[in-house]
Design a protein around this ligand. Structure first.
Ligand SMILES: CC(C)(COP(=O)(O)OP(=O)(O)OC[C@H]1O[C@@H](n2cnc3c(N)ncnc32)[C@H](O)[C@@H]1OP(=O)(O)O)[C@@H](O)C(=O)NCCC(=O)NCCS
Length: 193
């Protein structure tokens, strides 16, 4: 059910990637004209990931993690523990700058059914609403399809209008959405078309 990527289907524009990320790298232009590179996380990203987490406002952290967290070394280490099969993390970087600066991240964790995955997103506070989240989401859908997944699940707070809008904007294009709302949280099931 789970496929490791074998690359070469057009997602990547580079032939020199390491095995874990082969075929999963992409260069995109966002709706605001920002050039970004999307690629899977690797161990050397720990420092940049800590800086990225520290850039998020309290509200963004709460929307993303449903609780307040501190970007301690232990927490970052846990977040970096990604096997590229059961979990995947895609990072967004500026195209023209040093790779140290992480602009955004998209993560999935396989659900127990192993054919769908729970997804989470985060974009640097000062780069939100410039189209990075949309590119991360569409790229993560591509990655998940390559791995043989059938859909995503997500838990989104009802007042997280931006994230809800992003998911809804791909409804009928990339996936159908089943929704349930309980105690201020939308439980979404997105079945890939
Ligand atoms: C949610 C998040 C990942 C989206 O990333 P982003 O880069 O800001 O999103 P984008 O710029 O690609 O898209 C935002 C969309 O929401 C729309 N939007 C912005 N504010 C909105 C609002 N209040 N109500 C409805 N739609 C809104 C924008 O117009 C845009 O849609 P468009 O592309 O159709 O114009 C980012 O804002 C973030 O990190 N938020 C905090 C953490 C979080 O909420 N994570 C999600 C947990 S699952």
């Amino acid at each position: 059910m789970i496929n490791r990527s074998d690359g070469g289907d057009g997602v990547s524009d580079s032939g020199q990637e390491e095995g874990y990320s082969r075929g999963l790298q992409a260069r995109r232009t966002t709706k605001s004209g920002l050039w970004i590179i999307l690629r899977p996380i690797k161990p050397g990203d720990a420092g940049g990931y800590k800086v990225f987490l520290e850039s998020l406002s309290d509200q963004s952290v709460y929307f993303k993690f449903f609780r307040h967290i501190r970007a301690t070394d232990d927490f970052v280490e846990k977040m970096m523990d990604v096997d590229h099969v059961r979990q995947e993390v895609i990072l967004a970087f500026p195209d023209e700058e040093t790779e140290e600066k992480i602009l955004g991240m998209a993560r999935y964790d396989l659900n127990p059914d192993e054919s769908t995955a729970e997804v989470y997103f985060g974009v640097r506070e000062d780069f939100q609403n410039r189209g990075i989240g949309r590119e991360l989401l569409t790229h993560l859908v591509e990655v998940a399809r390559k791995r043989g997944l059938k859909g995503f699940t997500a838990e989104v707070m009802v007042d997280n209008r931006r994230m809800l809008h992003l998911f809804r904007s791909l409804e009928g294009k990339e996936f159908n959405i089943r929704r349930r709302m309980e105690a201020g949280v939308f439980y979404l099931h997105m079945d890939f078309l």
